[in-house]
Design a protein around this ligand. Structure first.
Ligand code: CAA
Length: 389
């Protein structure tokens, strides 16, 4: 019998500030129904000037270290598409901020929003090779589009940290996976740009194509039947996308699409993403957190995951929720992370959106805005300086 490996613990962090979509709609004259109903977004997390993917990732990982210690963690895989350095892995800063030992390998992974699923699968491979080890997977992203662009309403920021281990307390990840890659230009960010470029409608089509492609492969690999799943965690660039994707999958499989069935399958996975916004690599795992925090007992039930990363790479796979998982959830902390954000008005959001460090190599301190456990204090000689509170 193969050993049971999966998500032993899951914790997340999000940005200091929150912009309600009503403020964005007031500014740009959009009918609020387009945001609340059309794309399914209520508000977006906005990081402080002294936050970035490192401080968010460390804040997500610290509670996992506090609960499980560092002894068995020999690998950190940091997935992001809003990387802060072309050479150094952001996870190396996190490794130091959360006090991991020097006998650790740390690496950064990139393939748009799919990166964290690659990290999870690679982590499972490492744990299978040496079941005594645990792997810390961190998915951390700040989603940024141009001001006044269609993508602006789908911005957000969050990090999810997951401890991958044998005999997991939350979700056992199963074989097989359904895989799909297609070379498309639906969403990308050249190295010289801070904000992503996107062809919105093309990206929705590419996502739906990947839903079909991954399911086709999953079925060919003898995966579970569609009816077996208790819920479906989709990547959520905006929460309406989960509904579109599930409708597409049902149609592709020859089922009628009943709105209530779709809501039953995806509704509880959208609660955190609808108020946080797109968190790229973290999004599908925020979907899992929201599901586990809200659903009636899912013990022993299979849950489906569809991870999509523009460009594009996607994976469909299953996890079985482990009996007793509710004792290990972080529901209270998760809600506090969301409710503890400071509301920002449109002018304040715009200032944060436009904030960048000078690139002259001088000493530049950041304003002290975040109240989180870690902060980006500034930059000096082109080096980022982090602080622990
Ligand atoms: N009341 C209710 N609904 C309304 C409305 C109103 N007053 N006004 C418009 N709507 C509906 C529209 O009918 C539409 O719904 P359907 O798609 O179900 O028809 C929805 O609101 C959005 O309207 P538009 O398509 O006109 O919106 P848009 O062109 O301004 O942009 C978007 C939408 C393309 C998603 C844009 O926000 C965008 O480019 N986002 C970034 C890209 C993205 O998220 N792509 C998703 C797939 S790629 C991916 O998943 C990777 C990733 O993370 C980026």
């Amino acid at each position: 019998m193969s050993i049971s490996i999966g998500i032993h613990d899951l914790s997340f962090a999000t940005g200091q500030f929150v912009l309600p979509h009503t403020a964005l709609a007031d500014h740009n004259g959009t009918e609020i129904g387009k945001y609340h109903v059309g794309i399914g977004q209520e508000s977006m997390s906005v990081p402080a000037a002294d936050e970035d993917i490192v401080t968010l990732g460390a804040a997500a990982a610290a509670p996992i270290i506090a609960r499980h210690g560092t002894d068995r963690i020999r690998t950190v895989v940091f997935a992001t598409e809003s990387s802060i350095d072309q050479a150094k892995a952001a996870g190396v800063y996190v490794h130091s901020l959360i006090g991991l030992g020097s006998a650790t390998r740390v690496v950064e992974l990139k393939q748009a929003c799919y990166g964290a699923t690659a990290a999870l699968q690679f982590a499972i491979g490492l744990v299978r090779r040496d079941p005594a080890q645990e792997v810390l997977v961190i998915a951390s992203d700040v989603s940024k589009y141009e001001l006044e662009s269609p993508g602006e309403a789908t911005q957000g920021a969050a990090a999810v940290a997951m401890l991958v281990a044998t005999n997991p307390a939350l979700v056992r990840i199963e074989d097989p996976s359904g895989l799909f890659t297609a070379d498309v230009m639906d969403f990308w960010r050249p190295n010289y740009r801070d904000a992503a470029l996107v062809d919105g409608q093309e990206s929705i089509g590419a996502y739906l194509q990947a839903v079909e492609g991954t399911w086709k492969d999953y079925a060919e690999q003898d995966g579970r039947r569609l009816e077996e799943f208790a819920a479906f965690c989709y990547h959520q660039p905006f929460t309406k996308m989960a509904y579109k994707a599930h409708r597409h999958l049902l149609n592709y499989c020859g089922y009628d699409t009943d709105n209530d069935d779709i809501t039953r399958a995806v509704g509880q996975t959208t609660a955190y993403n609808t108020v946080i916004g797109n968190s790229y690599t973290a999004s599908v795992y925020l979907g899992l957190a929201a599901l586990l925090d809200q659903a009636d007992d899912l013990s022993g039930r299979p849950v489906a995951f569809l991870s999509y990363g523009s460009g594009s790479v996607a994976e469909f796979f299953a996890g079985t929720v482990v009996a007793g998982y509710r004792e290990h959830l972080r529901t209270k902390a998760n809600r506090e992370a969301i409710e503890g954000r400071t509301p920002v008005d449109y002018a304040g959001y715009r200032e944060l959106h436009e904030w960048t460090f000078p690139t002259d190599g001088g000493d530049h301190a950041t304003p002290e805005q975040t109240t989180g456990p870690f902060r980006l204090a500034g930059i000096s000689g082109h080096k980022r300086i982090y602080q622990t509170r």
